[in-house]
Design a protein around this ligand. Structure first.
Ligand SMILES: NC(=O)c1ccc[n+]([C@@H]2O[C@H](COP(=O)([O-])OP(=O)(O)OC[C@H]3O[C@@H](n4cnc5c(N)ncnc54)[C@H](OP(=O)(O)O)[C@@H]3O)[C@@H](O)[C@H]2O)c1
Length: 316
């Protein structure tokens, strides 16, 4: 079967197409033929060493986490041959950039809703689950809460806008000028343009700020928070850590950095919103399988509009 594999650590240029034996499922596994995958910043960060500070991680030579496809062989329920599924490969194991992979029922695999294409489903797992967990940190988002989402045009951010609305939030999305119009169609109550300085005049009106870009400081965004508001970001940062260490008792505002920890039921919850038309994937571009490298480079450039998808199997 075809696959994409890195032969060296350090850059992205050693990515090559290779032929590998098709994996054989054991008891408890399903064999999935991959129709599409999506690219996340972690896919190139792991390879380029941008995540070195995390410590000794096992790097898979086959990149990418998110996939969608159908079950070819099922050695375990509830999935059956022919079922459409979407999911996430485990960190440290071979990734999704291959024609077929083995998966296990659990928090990393779910049924794809009938009204959702493989390209759309492939976008969701990592970014969608991250958005859901961020919006439930440090406590579950309550209906009526006022939420600011920074980076609303990115993979995580565009799901976060829709999920926050589905949870009953009042959503203010922050993005750059070229993205204002389409981000507005995601259901945000208000869209602020960081290019034009809309975010430079803070008003402390938010219960939470979800910073999906993580380039600003807590000090910058806390001025938008109510006295008991919470700031959540996706990269561990010194200012967030210090805030937690130095002000645990008296500070009523909170700051958290989170890492995705997939939990049972989350993919199904996202699938339910997709089936109901409340969560959709905006696709920046679909690349053919042989163009995984340009897809990774596009992600690395940092201005994806929604998700970058790579089609692995020809569209049926
Ligand atoms: N902790 C975790 O578990 C976890 C999980 C998923 C992702 N992440 C991290 O979260 C970040 C976002 O992930 P993603 O998948 O959403 O990435 P993405 O799809 O590449 O989106 C990046 C977004 O950042 C915005 N942006 C770029 N430069 C900016 C700037 N200077 N100021 C404001 N916005 C800027 C872009 O919008 P414009 O084009 O409008 O500038 C774009 O919307 C990445 O660093 C990723 O590694 C962490």
């Amino acid at each position: 079967m075809k696959a994409m594999k890195f032969s060296a650590f350090g850059g992205l240029d050693s990515l090559r197409r290779v032929d590998l034996p098709c994996p054989q499922p054991c008891s408890g596994e399903v064999l999935v033929e991959v129709a599409a995958l999506s690219v996340n910043p972690v896919d190139w960060k792991l390879r380029t060493g941008a995540l070195r500070w995390l410590g000794p991680l096992r790097f898979s030579a086959i990149p990418c986490f998110d996939f969608a496809g159908h079950v070819v062989t099922a050695k375990v329920g509830p999935f059956q041959t022919g079922d459409r599924v979407f999911g996430l490969c485990r960190l440290g194991q071979d990734g999704a950039a291959r024609a077929a992979l083995l998966a296990r029922p659990g928090p990393l695999l779910a049924a794809t809703p009938a009204n959702v294409s493989d390209d759309e489903a492939a976008g969701v797992p990592l970014a969608g689950m991250t958005a859901l967990q961020a919006l439930n940190t440090p406590r579950p988002l309550m209906s009526g809460e006022r939420v600011m989402i920074v980076g609303a045009s990115g993979g995580v951010g565009h799901y976060a806008v829709q999920i926050a609305k589905a949870l009953g939030g009042m959503v203010t999305a922050v993005c750059s000028t070229p993205n204002i119009d389409w981000v507005g169609t995601l259901g945000a109550d208000r869209v602020l343009d960081y290019f034009r300085g809309d975010v430079d005049r803070p008003v402390p009106e938010f219960d939470r700020v979800f910073d999906a870009v993580s380039l600003g400081s807590f000090e910058r965004w806390r001025r938008w928070l109510k006295p008991e508001g919470a700031y959540v970001t996706l990269l561990p940062r010194g200012d967030v850590l210090l805030q937690r260490l130095t002000l645990p008792c008296c500070a009523r505002q909170q700051a958290r950095s989170i890492f995705l920890k997939p939990e049972a039921g989350e993919l199904e919850r996202l699938a339910g919103w997709m089936a109901a038309g409340r969560l959709r994937t905006v696709i920046d571009r679909v690349f053919p399988f042989d163009e995984l490298l340009p897809a990774l480079q596009k992600s690395r450039a940092g201005h994806a509009r929604g998700k970058i998808v790579v089609r692995v199997a020809p569209e049926t």
